[in-house]
Design a protein. Sequence first.
Length: 103
Amino acid sequence: MSEAHQFEPQDEVVHSSAASLFDLRNVIAVLFLGYGLVLLVVGIADTTEADLAKTGGIHLNTWTGAAMLVAAVFFGVWARLRPLIPPTPEELAEAETSGPGGH
């Protein structure tokens, strides 16, 4: 155990998946998905003539729910295509030695 701990590819996968789990884009995607599904179902199943009169004949809950689902897909795809990459131990050591200005 005299050697310093060496990071193996398996360690990087664990750190990367942990960082992705708490990525704010995933949280936003899940929230948009949940609220979008609720609005879409309410808009399809429970729209009355009085509701349509209030919105000028537009199925507002349906359209808003569909837009939120599109936003959920956008955030989900964005998080999947551009995952967070935590800094390597070398980058962390370099940042500590360079000081607060990064120079």
